[in-house]
Write a protein that binds this ligand. Structure first.
Ligand code: SF4
Length: 363
């Protein structure tokens, strides 16, 4: 397939890894921000092919993993209401809240549906005027455009029975939180290519300069990832705290300006709690007050929920690059994909799920 098979060419990947081996002279710790990149790295064994000087640690870029427990519990409460159709992407259904998940709400008779786009949820709202349709709008900058479009579309149809439960998070404030932590180990960063496709990468040079950490916009195929690592190693070895773009076939410096404009029309910055990590100032987006009619939190008044996280789960440390999944005492025994204790064991982008799925249980 054009533009996919070329980027999975094993000989080309080995060639770039050889170049990394020739370039590196000392140990470096590099974080891939995105959970999609984590899965590609573990699935293809890229971390095991790299020279021993390079350690990859896994970042917080898994939207399902960082959605705060309070929001999951609110989703469970709303989905349990009569006359509600609760819509979500599939991997949110098994993410544990304090006591249960959306699947168990569905099993108990709740109308919980998997959709592939928030626009499908708008269609459901048009087809079911006697029901309240709620879409669980989680994600990073990447998923913001379709979520805001669903609100604009619902407004243009005059719908009063459509709302979104928003848990949007943003990458730059999370990077700032990681790099400013006294425990930080990250010396170089692979930025998430799809986030940068929407937002560009103009927000990152000041961060790179302030924390003296080079950053490389990186894609998701094996060749993209090793190319990103090579660029990061070159910047690290040269002592250059700069931002490079190793994904130019998709990403420009400015990003998608029409998408950024429509996001700014509907969302505003807010503090956001990240599951396992805690509050990160101005790291989220919420609906502007003029869109309160589409805000499920306002509509359903489910504010005062006190969540309880499993005491065994160290996902927060994993998401900050401070621990690996097999450092968790529950990994592979009390916590498995069939009975997860934390979101990172459920999500298609979670680091624990990647380690379990690709057999890193005993490494
Ligand atoms: S293995 Fe399970 S309990 Fe341990 S950190 Fe991962 S999700 Fe949490």
């Amino acid at each position: 397939m054009k533009y996919i098979s070329e980027y999975r060419d094993a000989a080309l990947v080995r060639g770039v890894i050889d170049e990394i081996r020739r370039t590196v002279t000392r140990p470096w710790t590099i974080m891939e921000i995105c959970g999609g990149q984590t899965h590609a790295i573990v699935r293809h064994g890229i971390d095991q092919l790299l020279p021993p000087e390079i350690e990859l640690v896994h970042g917080p870029g898994c939207p399902v993993c960082v959605t705060p427990l309070e929001l999951i519990d609110k989703a469970l409460a709303i989905a349990s209401c009569p006359d509600v159709i609760f819509c979500s992407y599939g991997d949110m259904l098994r993410v544990p809240g304090s006591g249960r998940d959306l699947f168990s709400v569905k099993a108990a008779g709740g109308d919980v549906r998997v959709v592939y786009s928030p626009l499908d949820a708008v269609t459901l709202a048009r087809q079911n005027p006697d029901k309240q349709v709620v879409f669980f709008a989680i994600g990073f900058e990447t998923t913001a455009p379709p979520n805001v479009m669903s609100v604009l579309q619902a407004r243009s149809f005059g719908l009063t029975n459509y709302s979104i439960l928003v848990s949007h998070v943003r990458v730059p404030p999370a990077i700032r939180a990681i790099l400013s932590s006294p425990a930080n180990r990250v010396q170089g960063l692979l930025l998430a290519g799809h986030v940068c496709a929407v937002m560009g990468y103009h927000e990152y040079p000041p961060l790179s300069e302030q924390y003296k950490v080079p950053m490389v916009v990186t894609g998701f195929e094996p060749l993209d990832i090793v190319q990103g690592i090579l660029e990061a190693v070159k910047l690290l070895e040269g002592g250059r705290a700069e931002v490079a773009n190793a994904y130019p076939r998709t990403v420009t410096f400015e990003g998608n300006l029409p998408a950024q404009k429509v996001i700014a029309q509907i969302f505003e910055d807010c503090d956001r709690k990240w599951r396992g990590i805690g509050n990160i100032p101005m790291s989220g987006w919420r609906l502007r007050p003029e869109f309160d009619a589409f805000n499920a939190e306002k509509k359903f008044e489910v504010e005062a929920i006190q969540p309880e996280e499993s005491p065994l789960c160290i996902a927060g440390l994993i998401l900050q690059g401070l621990k690996k999944p097999h450092d968790c005492s529950a990994f592979g025994n009390q916590c498995k994909p069939e009975h997860p204790l934390g979101a990172t064991m459920v999500s298609a982008e979670g680091a624990c799920a990647a380690y379990y799925r690709y057999g890193r249980v005993n490494s």
